[in-house]
Design a protein around this ligand. Structure first.
Ligand code: ADP
Ligand code: GLC
Length: 475
């Protein structure tokens, strides 16, 4: 089969979160199963672009309403990512340093989707599956089936939409529908949800199949999906939950390229201790105390606003028996409070505001616990990386966290789970972490259990391939 993934992110080319990790790994393991898997993404001006060799494979000219533009498709020459990587360059629109966050993101991503289809339309053959990810590429199923320019040749291609996060839907005014290449106006209803052009809702309606990144998240979305509950209920027949995997080559404490003190399941205690010492030196923390961390976007869905108070309450109620180290960026109010709290540290609190891939790897290695008080967590990769690095995840019992973390108080358990995204529940999770840290034999057994778990892509790749095959057979 030939599978084309179209995405806004792909590690290591450009990553803002888990979407990048997934699109950087899934195609590699589909390829390993003998399929042709390609990734097409915008050509941002990132480090990867300047450090690698590319060849031009296509040049085209098309339009975004009355704005005509030239685009170029380039391909990474060596296949070093384990799949064919194509970048689409549109001068003035995609050639920016950041992935998102610009006032014209709607125009940027619609132009990207148009260029992708214009290019595929010029191919001599037709791919089997187009797999789109999140709202940035979710108009493609509609465009394939309803835009005059593509429907004749490409309208029969099977499409899958994976929802990594339904909190972000790409809503914009219905006036922006003029940007989509000519389509039958009576199809307007497919584009509209709650009075707005809603790319994610449109993708849910038009894709042949819809997947979410964990089974529990799909279940939860029936009750809470940022306004899309009724639509998901209506379309439930074509929806399924497939848990993400992790790339065990990139995420391996024995070979990780971002730190030096490598370790395996047999040397986990010494290995982690060395990375912990490095972190404690760098961030002025006490290595004798448990190191409790958070890595992620400092936004409401991650429960980031609860962190400052939970840290203050922990120091107050439990005592200064632990260190906290927070890595992330997001809401300015949370960033400011986390930064201000540094003044109160007694060698037991620090924060790094920003995005730092290398530091995140060192933290997975050197931390004892990782906090995930998420209000919404479609899958979550942090806990999976933590498990592989022998770091105990302390998570709210939701979405993918529910599917991957079993509380150590339960049979075969290894993590710490709490039920509510509240300061109180989180502080209780921190208290349990400190108690566990003070039982070294128990912690050792848990680390052994965590590191023996397998969250690689194998099972999920099989599930996606089955899904594609069923679509192709018309099932
Ligand atoms: P989401 O995609 O919702 O942000 P995930 O848990 O799926 O959450 O994935 C987050 C990914 O982004 C992980 O690889 C995590 O290590 C990484 N990450 C998040 N914030 C940062 C940061 N500030 N610095 C480095 N890596 C980060
Ligand atoms: C999203 C979700 C996260 C998931 C990731 C990759 O960003 O918030 O839970 O792990 O996508 O699928």
């Amino acid at each position: 089969m030939e599978i084309i993934h179209v995405s806004a992110e792909c590690y290591p080319v450009a990553k803002a979160g888990g979407l990048g990790d997934v699109v950087g790994a899934l195609p590699k393991y589909q390829r390993a199963e003998g399929h042709v898997a390609k990734v097409v993404m915008p050509m941002y001006r990132t480090k990867f672009l300047f450090e690698n060799q590319f060849e031009v494979v296509h040049k085209g000219r098309t339009h975004l309403h009355n704005f005509w533009f030239d685009y170029t498709v380039i391909k990474e020459k060596t296949n070093r990512l384990g799949f064919d990587l194509y970048l689409v360059d549109i001068l003035g629109l995609l050639d920016r340093e950041k992935i998102y966050g610009y006032g014209d993101d709607t125009e940027r991503f619609i132009a990207f989707q148009i260029a992708v289809l214009d290019w595929i339309n010029a191919w001599q053959h037709i791919p089997d599956v187009i797999h789109v990810h999140d709202h940035h590429t979710a108009l493609i199923p509609f465009m394939l089936q309803h835009c005059y320019a593509y429907r004749e040749k490409l309208g029969g291609i099977a499409t899958v939409l994976t929802i990594h996060n339904a909190q972000y839907q790409g809503q914009t005014g219905m006036d922006k529908t003029v940007l989509i290449p000519e389509w039958d106006l009576y199809k307007r209803g497919l584009l509209e949800w709650a009075g707005a052009l809603n790319p994610l809702a449109c993708g849910i309606r038009c894709a042949w199949r819809v997947t979410t990144v964990s089974p529990t998240y799909l279940e939860e979305m029936r009750a809470s999906a940022a306004g899309l509950e009724a639509l998901l209920e209506y379309e439930k027949g074509k929806c399924s939950g497939i848990l993400n995997g992790i790339d065990p080559v990139v995420w391996d404490p024995l070979t990780d390229v971002y730190f030096e003190d490598h370790y395996s399941i047999d040397t986990v205690e010494e290995g982690k201790q060395k990375s912990k010492l490095l972190l404690c030196q760098r961030f002025n923390l006490d290595p004798r105390k448990p190191l409790i961390t958070f890595i992620g976007r400092l936004v409401g869905e991650k429960g980031a606003d609860l962190i400052p108070q939970a840290i203050e309450d922990s120091f107050y109620y439990i005592g200064r028996k632990m260190n906290f180290l927070i890595l992330g960026s997001g809401f300015p109010s949370v960033e400011n409070r986390l930064q201000a709290m540094r003044d109160l540290s007694r060698g037991d609190y620090n924060t790094f505001i920003g995005y730092d891939e290398g530091l995140s790897h060192l933290i997975y290695a050197g931390a004892d616990f990782i906090l995930m008080p998420s209000r919404v967590e479609p899958c979550g990769l942090n806990q999976l990386y933590a498990l592989r690095y022998g770091t105990v995840p302390v998570v709210r019992n939701t979405g993918g966290l529910h599917d991957t973390v079993i509380d150590f108080g339960d049979k075969n358990g290894y993590g710490i789970r709490f039920n509510h995204a509240t300061v109180g529940d989180m502080t209780h999770g921190i208290w349990r972490s400190v108690e566990l840290y003070n039982q070294p034999q128990k912690l050792y057994e848990i680390r052994q259990r965590m590191m023996a778990l397998d969250f690689s892509w194998q099972a999920s790749v099989r599930a996606y391939l089955d899904l594609y095959e069923r679509m192709r057979k018309g099932e």
